[in-house]
Write a new protein. Sequence first.
Length: 282
Amino acid sequence: MALLTFLSDLSRQFLPSFSNKTSLVTTYTRELPINLERMYENALDYEHLPFLHSSTFSKLEILDAGDWGWKAKACLQPKSVFNKMTLELKLDTEKNRWVTKTLSGLGKGTEVWTHAIPISENKIKVIVDFYVPKLPFFLRKKYTELYSDLYAQLYDEDLWMMSDRQKELDKLKKTDNLINEENKILGTLEEIKPQLPYNFEFNNKNYRLIELNNNLIAHSTICPHMLGPLNDADLNNGILECPWHGYKFDINTRKCISGQKCRMAPAPKIIIENKIISAIKN
């Protein structure tokens, strides 16, 4: 499939019989229950592409980035020399838009123009126009279906991240009348063990109790990077990986071991059967 797509795009780029004109292939529109701040944040967030969108992107190597946007070498799935490309995204908040261009490789010359139009305080409408140069008639339907299906999937995945992040940000603001507990009483060991991994809330924050090497350990279920969810993350030898950006954490030390400068929040002391479980790591 990668080779077929590559050959189709190669014919578009190099056969001289096609017009050099960049034409509008299709437009994708969708209303999203989020605000502009989350949408702009998402556009600039190149880190999430090979993790949240792992079924689309296999690799991303950033070349340059800033408030203006970013430029990167990327590779689609499946990982192949045929699926390599160089992408550049430029954000223009004054015009409520960002433009993503394929500078080289698969899809060279294509441009994706995205406008985000506010509808209400927490609702926007995205209008995405796809422009492809030198596109022959017999490939138009293929490209229309490809872009429409791809962006429906990408926005489904992005919406999960943007809406969950907003919920956590809103939760952090709700500190009025909050009584800070010193420890967490969970009940008896017989009650808790069958429910492991056990998710609970403590001082308006989320944690999970798990069993590792015959020890009970509590850890935060919120990634310190962008408040991503760790409650369902797989645990491999005491290491958690955030599904949004791939940050990895050692739950015994709370340290980020994938190179980023952040650290998981400390877990509370857990009391089971009126005893503090010393095996619980903080």
